[in-house]
Design a protein around this ligand. Structure first.
Ligand SMILES: [Zn+2]
Length: 457
């Protein structure tokens, strides 16, 4: 199977492989001798498993809310209630448009972000006693479920069938938020307290800018490590590509279809532009650096939107195409922008009759650098060890061909960050779903990791 853009959801050994299991492309990781579960570990795993139904109910409540861009508050209100149920006090971290617009690592945006809230709930130690602090992070925003006509059921009504929960956001990544809260709930019900702060975060705009995660850093929330519960399954994501969003605005010359010879069709010109950018995509995929050399096609150019024309008998005079491009970690976005702009300019210059005006490249949304964490970093080792103790073998390490908020914490905050979450399928697709036993398993591994990393008593 060809790796998907969201490659990497891996099944762990304790789970029955579902029919559509996607095996991803793990990198050789540390193969640890799995230590025995201590009695305290078993107690933690059992307490967290006892909350399985609570996690499923929380996940269903979250999936039932449409939290596409601009509507995130509908989900944050559910998160506030759930955090209160755990006895935690969520703090609103509002998006600050001026501060974000001025920040060099923010992604550009032209929509209203005022009144949008990120949430941070701090589980503070009763007494600070060594231990390392931890951020457990997830995003509340989801992508549009269109075309809804392809869904068997309403994408914003959670549906459970044979251990799978279906709905938009079930995978990406409300399941991860449910797992995070399930881990904290189990530990708190045992009367345990961490030796260093554990921060639970639910952020906005992971799917388009990463500015929600950035806002939490600007507000001063920091820790010694970040785990983002993105649904990669039995795998730790240590490497991710950069992602750049841009529009190409093509001006033609409108006219009557009956006199098309005097008009210039901007939609047809956009096809030329797509072809030119596909050539650049092929160049970038020609010789991928490791670990991306495992993928036949790691750098994807996606044509995500096209807006043009409004009348069948009028030659369209403008076409705006929205693209997503990727870059290897280490390749600067400036370099990618330069190559895109060159490709666009060259394509237009080679066909002056199709491009009466130079097309414009406009940047809005993701300006996300790639990110890598050393595979032998303490965070990777510790999380692998907690996983191995619970599962009896090491998790895979994964290089993903998509982006996540890990880069914001790692590149901007200087905080080591990885993704680790439930097993899920069809993120951004039709029939998106998560395998519910993997939500519990994720929470259990997080519980053991908190014991190791933060200390618990
Ligand atoms: Zn996600």
């Amino acid at each position: 199977m060809t790796p998907a853009a969201y490659a990497g959801s891996q099944l762990s050994p304790g789970l029955e492989p579902p029919e559509l299991a996607y095996a991803g492309l793990p990198m050789p990781g540390p193969h640890l001798e799995a230590a025995e579960m201590a009695p305290e570990d078993t107690e933690i795993a059992e307490a967290i498993a006892a909350g399985a139904e609570w996690m499923t109910e929380l996940l269903a409540r979250l999936v039932d809310r449409d939290t596409t861009l601009g509507k995130e508050e509908a989900g944050q209100s559910v998160m506030r209630e759930a955090l209160h149920e755990l006895g935690l006090e969520p703090v609103d971290v509002p998006m600050d448009p001026e501060a974000l617009a001025a920040h060099p690592a923010a992604s550009p945006f032209d929509w209203d972000v005022r009144d949008k809230m990120n949430l941070v709930a701090t589980w503070a130690p009763e007494r600070r006693d060594g231990g390392l602090s931890l951020i457990l992070n997830g995003h509340i925003d989801v992508v549009s479920p269109e075309p809804r006509s392809q869904w068997d059921r309403d994408p914003f009504t959670a549906h459970v069938e044979a251990d799978w929960l279906y709905g938009r956001g079930a995978a990406d990544m409300k399941c991860g938020l449910a797992a995070i809260l399930g881990a904290v709930k189990g530990l708190r019900e045992l009367g345990l307290s961490p030796h260093a702060p554990v921060l639970v975060q639910s952020v906005v705009e992971e799917e388009c800018t990463g500015n929600g995660a950035l806002q939490t850093l600007l507000a001063g929330y920091r820790a010694d490590a970040v785990i983002i519960a993105e649904p990669f399954g039995a795998a730790i994501t240590t490497s991710q590509v950069g992602v750049l969003w841009f529009d190409v605005v093509i001006e033609g010359l409108p006219g009557h279809a009956a006199e098309a010879g005097h008009a210039i069709n901007a939609i047809e010109a956009s096809l030329t532009m797509i072809g030119a950018l596909r050539v650049l995509e092929a160049e970038l995929n020609a010789d991928p650096p490791p670990p991306y050399d495992q993928y036949p096609h790691p750098i994807s150019l996606n044509i995500g939107q096209i807006h043009a024309g409004d009348w069948n008998s009028t030659v369209p005079g403008e076409c705006v195409t929205g693209y997503r491009f990727a870059a290897y970690p280490g390749m600067s976005l400036e370099e990618l922008r330069r190559r895109i702009e060159q490709a666009v300019a060259d394509a237009a210059a080679s066909q002056p009759e199709a491009f009466p005006r130079a097309p414009e490249v406009v940047y809005r949304g993701f300006a996300a650098d790639g990110y890598e964490l050393a595979q032998d970093h303490l965070l990777v080792d510790s999380l692998s060890a907690a996983y191995a103790r619970h599962m009896g073998e090491s998790p895979a390490l994964v290089a993903t061909t998509g982006t996540t908020d890990a880069r914001v914490f790692g590149n901007v905050g200087g905080i080591p960050a990885v993704c680790f979450g439930p097993y899920a399928e069809a993120a951004h697709g039709v029939g998106e779903r998560v395998y519910l036993p993997s939500v519990v398993q994720t929470a259990q591994v997080m519980g053991l990791f908190i014991r190791d990393w933060c200390g618990l008593s």
